[in-house]
Write a protein that binds this ligand. Structure first.
Ligand code: CDP
Length: 276
């Protein structure tokens, strides 16, 4: 036990040149790629790769809420199920819900509850499924960011997209977007989600300890990053729905070959100049 504590203390997460072990600076995000509309059977869907995270989000609804006793006659329910595939982590994860996945599902559904126009769809539910295929820390942020694109892809009316990111502290330095090693051996991690248009914070959690100043700095880094991630979400939706002239031509039926005009036949009464 003492050995492990000793190794953890000795483990340097920031090099002498100020770079993190994966080469990033303190305010650098891992590479992010978002694609909208990846599942045919869902009403809306999205796939995100965020560093080593690979996460799928699918949205169904608004549809009649079941079981019926859960129905709210005044508004829709927004429900989320976050799930980690058994093969998504280095030690096999036992399939099925656990305390952690129930907590993450709850905080994500609460985040979306505050942006979806629920009053427009009484007695229904909007069901969000988040499937983590590969995990490398920050899966709730990646899942929430993808689910937001999936909700928009499903056409669910919302105040705005929700964008999420985490910041934390490693080697006494406040850093953006911790990866797995930084999350494991760092001092704190603070995931948040924001409604970029209004600035409302709809998710805020903390694992570890930050002083007031460190917390302010972490929030500043995350808020700044959400602006960049928001643009990536919008780009994914634009790519899905923007139609180019090339697409229109591809969809259009092949143009009919131009019809050659029939050579004119002489009419019976058309005797020509020498016919008379
Ligand atoms: O993923 P996120 O940072 O939102 O949540 P976390 O509870 O702080 O988990 C951090 C990371 O620990 C996950 O992203 C996984 O890479 C890893 N983890 C794991 O290896 N096995 C689990 N049963 C749960 C999490």
């Amino acid at each position: 036990m003492e050995d492990i504590e000793h190794i953890e203390k000795e483990m340097k997460l920031i090099n002498s040149d100020g770079r993190r072990l994966d080469g990033r600076s303190f305010d650098e995000l891992r590479p992010i790629r978002i694609e909208a509309g990846v599942l045919r059977r869902a009403d809306g869907s999205a796939y995100i790769e965020w560093g080593g995270n690979k996460v799928l989000a699918a949205v169904y609804g608004p549809r009649e809420a079941h079981p019926r006793h859960l129905q709210d006659p005044a508004r829709a329910l927004v429900q989320c199920r976050y799930n980690m595939a058994p093969f998504s982590v280095s030690d096999r994860k036992r399939p099925g819900p656990d305390r952690r996945s129930v907590e993450i599902s709850k905080v994500i559904s609460e985040a979306f509850s505050s942006v979806v126009f629920k009053e427009q769809f009484p007695r229904t539910s909007v069901d969000i499924f988040i499937e983590v295929l590969q995990a490398d820390a920050g899966t709730r942020c990646a899942g929430l960011t993808a689910a937001s694109v999936a909700l928009a892809d499903a056409g669910v009316p919302m105040r705005d997209l929700v964008t999420s990111c985490a910041s934390g502290k490693i080697d006494d330095v406040v850093c953006l977007d911790l990866n797995k090693d930084e999350d494991n051996f760092g001092d704190a991690d603070c995931p948040m989600a924001i409604v970029p248009r209004t600035g409302d914070v709809v998710l805020l959690q903390m694992d570890g300890h930050l002083t007031y100043d460190e917390f302010q700095k972490a929030m500043g880094l995350s808020i700044d990053a959400t602006k960049r991630i928001y643009e990536m979400q919008r780009d994914a939706l634009r790519r899905r729905y923007s139609v180019t002239l090339e697409d229109i031509l591809k969809e259009a039926p092949p143009a009919a070959a131009p019809v050659e005009p029939e050579p004119e036949q002489p009419r019976e009464d058309d005797f020509g100049p020498e016919g008379i």
